[in-house]
Design a protein around this ligand. Structure first.
Ligand SMILES: NC(=O)c1ccc[n+]([C@@H]2O[C@H](COP(=O)([O-])OP(=O)(O)OC[C@H]3O[C@@H](n4cnc5c(N)ncnc54)[C@H](OP(=O)(O)O)[C@@H]3O)[C@@H](O)[C@H]2O)c1
Length: 266
């Protein structure tokens, strides 16, 4: 019998690579995508050796509006369908919104929002027809708390992903398709190196606030298997999300005014 296949975006590092190892350990074949093909190839060698599953490497830049079709076309060309979709690729764009170039903000929306929406839209009908599907949208704790200064689109896209996942969760459950938003807090990965906030975040966030990428992926896997619409991994993050829900907006905004600051001027 053919194994199920999981498509994982942003699998070249961090949470995405952890998801790839995890899904392979549960017997899934993988289609892994990101821009760094060499990193995907190394991951594929390791995972094949350890779990004996098939891995399709599909390098792509999700900022390219044609990327979703190219990825799904490559999977279809191998005669495969997507049974699990992990929309994980992402990065941060620190800086005041109006001080950053529009071309960069547009690319950000393409990667973190449009690619997610398009991949989901294109795999969901097949999942529903086969009465099996798993979709994890990697959002963030930032999507569950008030927006802060200095990362306007980041919190907004993650809040979108939470709401989007909740709606899809309700729409798809009768068809056997599970949809979850995974909302990690600080996670050890390359995220804070890529956006060059490692030092400043390291100073602000104590070690107990950090989780490993493996723990985060494991929480996401468990949540989507149980078909829980939202998963916040880790007790401190759960507490922050719960408090944010109860706080009046003005209090939340006052807290964010103290805890966040834009890098760069308007
Ligand atoms: N780390 C945290 O503290 C944290 C907290 C909450 C939420 N998250 C979310 O978790 C997800 C994974 O991040 P991470 O922490 O694992 O960071 P990471 O280690 O930097 O991994 C990010 C992944 O996204 C891929 N990616 C970035 N831009 C891309 C593009 N244009 N096209 C295709 N792939 C792209 C990267 O691959 P290439 O560079 O090879 O393309 C990489 O595989 C993100 O959605 C992030 O917002 C992270």
């Amino acid at each position: 019998m053919t194994r199920r296949l999981a498509l994982i975006t942003g699998a070249s590092s961090g949470i995405g690579a952890a998801f790839a190892r995890l899904y392979a350990s549960h017997g899934y074949d993988l289609a892994v995508t990101a821009r760094r093909a060499d990193r995907l190839a190394r991951l594929a060698d390791e995972v094949r050796l350890r779990h004996g599953v098939e891995i399709l490497i599909v390098p792509a830049d999700l900022a390219d509006p044609g990327a979703a079709d190219a990825i799904l076309g490559e999977i279809a060309a191998h005669g495969r369908v997507v049974d699990a979709l992990i929309n994980n690729a992402g990065y941060g764009t620190p800086g005041a919104y109006a001080a950053s170039a529009w071309v960069d903000q547009r690319a950000f929306l393409q990667v973190l929002l449009l690619a997610v929406c398009e991949l989901t839209h294109k795999v969901l009908p097949g999942m529903a027809e086969r009465r099996f599907g798993r979709i994890v949208n990697v959002a963030s704790l930032a999507g569950l708390i008030p927006g802060g200064a200095g990362s306007a689109l980041y919190g907004a896209t993650k809040a979108f992903l939470v709401s989007f996942s909740q709606s899809l969760h309700l729409e798809a459950r009768a068809a056997g398709v599970h949809v979850s938003a995974l909302c990690p807090g600080f996670t050890y990965s390359e995220f804070h190196d890529v956006n060059q906030t490692r030092e400043v975040i390291g100073e602000r966030a104590p070690p107990w606030m950090w989780l490993g990428a493996d723990e985060v992926a494991a929480a996401g896997y468990e949540a989507v298997e149980a078909n829980r619409p939202i998963c916040v991994p880790g007790a401190p993050n759960k507490a922050i999300a719960a408090v944010a829900k109860l706080l009046p907006d003005e209090w939340g905004m006052a807290l964010m005014a103290r805890r966040s600051a834009p890098r760069g001027r308007l």
